[in-house]
Ligand binder design. Structure first.
Ligand code: ZN
Ligand code: FE
Length: 255
């Protein structure tokens, strides 16, 4: 593998990630919920940060940036659209921009819904997408700013990535997400077995993030509004995918 990908648990249920390109030794941090665990991980490995990539402006994704920068001279990269409410950016990016981390090339994907300026980072060589609070393990982010139609469009972009892409999402919400998913897709054998695996992992304190896109496509109800069984459960056989997605999101909000 020409790279390292490290998951760093932060706060009560957030994840930050460290991505390191072997060829150049350059390291990127994706989101900074809390400086201490990130700095400890970097120190342990004797890594120096080159870049910080920010997915969106919520405090639980950016509040550690200032303290991380006290020890690392890194370039901060975030969405141009959210420049006014992100920490000071050294580089402002938008849909389809690329970012180079040594030999690792990254593509920016605009994924509004949770917030309007939310972006994701796709790194083909690492087979990884940093999706934070857009596509999550067995879920998707709550719609604080965008519409259901916007989130569904964002998720559809992520659904076109190669199926072996690791979805590096921002929170350990998977156990609660599984309980909800089973209410709209109760007969899905893949989901039933994944829910069991998730319970076992969480009992041992093992993270359920990242997860593979292929697994999400088979089990995450937010990627499956076209599924006949889900439509039957919801009593929406003839609705559009956007209407079914909207109903699933509304039910999750009340769950
Ligand atoms: Zn958020
Ligand atoms: Fe968050």
């Amino acid at each position: 593998m020409p790279f390292d990908l490290i998951t760093v648990p932060c706060l009560s249920d957030n994840y930050a990630f460290l991505l390191r390109d072997h060829q150049s030794g350059k390291v990127a941090l994706i989101d900074a919920p809390e400086a201490a665990p990130i700095l400890a991980e970097l120190k342990k490995r004797d890594w120096q940060l080159s870049q910080i990539w920010l997915t969106h402006h919520h405090p639980d994704h950016v509040q550690g940036v200032a303290d991380v920068l006290k020890e690392h001279d890194a370039n901060v990269i975030g969405a141009k659209a959210d420049e006014h409410r992100l920490p000071p950016l050294d580089r402002k990016v938008a849909e389809d921009d690329s970012i180079s981390l040594g030999a690792l090339e990254t593509r920016v994907i605009d994924v509004p819904g949770h917030t309007i300026g939310h972006i994701a980072f796709y790194v083909p060589t690492a087979k990884a997408a940093f999706t934070a609070d857009s596509l999550m393990a067995l879920g998707c982010g709550r719609l604080f700013e965008g519409t259901p139609a916007q989130m569904w469009e964002s998720l559809q972009k992520l659904m076109t990535l190669p199926e072996d892409t690791m979805i590096c999402s921002g929170h350990e919400y998977t156990s609660a997400n599984a309980k909800f998913a089973l209410t709209v897709d109760p007969m899905n054998a893949d989901l039933i077995s994944r829910a069991k695996d998730i319970e076992a992992a969480r009992k041992k304190g093992v993270p359920t993030v990242p997860s593979k896109l292929s697994t999400e496509l088979k089990t995450n109800p937010f990627l499956r509004p076209a599924d006949p069984a889900i439509r039957a459960t919801l009593g929406m056989p003839d609705a559009t995918d956007t209407e079914v997605f909207t109903e699933i999101r509304a039910r999750k909000d009340k769950f």
